[in-house]
Design a protein around this ligand. Structure first.
Ligand code: MLT
Length: 310
């Protein structure tokens, strides 16, 4: 069996696959043409969030049996195309949730206290304390859109900051909200009306793409702040840019861009934004967990075993 690792995974995962006796090739940052040229010989491919595993790739991947998605969402994998060809798709939904939740909180604090701009200021050998006055989180309302694994970790952690946490998620049972002591909001618009900070934690689907856009920003308190550490485009970037420019939104903390991995977005030019290049899962712990989990799942799937996250 031949496995192609097309995006970086931790050494632990690579060692595991190599010691199984499978033939493992690591070819990172291949051009699309080079990937399409070589994929035909592989039985499995491992990717993170950049490689588009779509019809075009499936057409070239005549031996492909397993797609390993090292991470959480599967929005870069065309599931119908895989299903119709009998290709198994596995992912690692639990392996990097803590890192994603902690990065969300880091971004939130950075945005509220202007830490990146203040850091750049003092490193340019200046000292003006009047430029960076921030806001506290305590007693503010945090609106969470998507109360799944990551959303609920953000909820419990931010309760310890003294925030009033509310959430909108039509797919999560009422008992789960009660268990987390999070107030359930039935309408997204109502969550937008009540929140001082809104953070999104949904997968990227047709339903969630642009779920927060111009109409939603019209409902917000003036000076709301937003965080997107989920997927680029869940908060409509053009609408967000407009809302930042007209002062409806006071700040945005963003880890994911619609057109990533290309750092192209008008949001990059605004002082009110704090932006990182998709670092939510980038900790040593998460990468070790993800690398080990995806390697084991790909190995098991290639052997025809039942895999938990398939
Ligand atoms: C995830 O979905 O788990 C991450 O976004 C994966 C990544 O960092 O590429």
């Amino acid at each position: 069996m031949k496995i192609l690792i097309a995006e970086h995974i931790a050494d632990e995962g690579i060692h595991f696959l190599k010691q199984t006796g499978f033939n493992v090739d690591i070819k990172l940052k291949l051009s699309r043409e080079a990937l399409l040229d070589c994929i035909g010989v592989y039985d499995a491919i491992i990717v993170r969030s950049v490689t588009k595993v779509n019809e075009e790739l499936y057409e070239h991947a005549t031996n492909l049996k397993v797609v390993g998605r090292a991470g959480n969402g599967v929005d870069n994998i065309e599931m119908d195309g895989a299903t119709k060809r009998g290709i198994i798709v596995v992912n690692t939904p639990d392996a990097n949730t803590v890192s994603a939740a902690e990065h969300t909180i880091g971004l939130m604090l950075s945005m509220c206290r202007n830490i990146p701009r203040a850091n750049a200021h003092i490193k340019s050998k200046q000292w003006d304390r009047t430029l960076f006055r921030g806001v506290e989180l305590m007693d503010k309302t945090l609106g969470i859109v998507g109360l799944g694994r990551i959303g609920s970790m953000v909820a419990t952690r931010m309760q310890s900051f003294g925030m009033n946490v509310i959430a909108y998620d039509p797919y999560i049972r009422r008992e789960r909200f009660d268990q987390l002591k999070v107030t359930r909001i039935d309408e997204l618009g109502e969550l937008m009306r009540q929140s001082d900070i809104v953070t999104v934690h949904t997968p990227k689907t047709k339903e969630t793409l642009g779920i927060i856009g111009a109409e939603e920003f019209k409902l917000c308190k003036k000076g709301v702040r937003v965080v997107n550490c989920a997927r680029g485009g869940i908060i409509d970037e053009a609408a967000l840019h407009e809302a930042l420019e007209n002062g409806t939104v006071a700040g945005a903390a963003i880890d994911v861009l619609k057109d990533e991995p290309h750092p192209i977005s008008p949001l990059l030019d605004l002082d009110q934004t704090v932006i990182t290049p998709h670092l939510g899962a980038d900790t040593y712990e998460a990468q070790k967990n993800v690398g080990e989990a995806v390697a084991l799942e790909v190995f098991e799937a290639l052997q025809g075993k039942l895999v938990a996250n398939a």
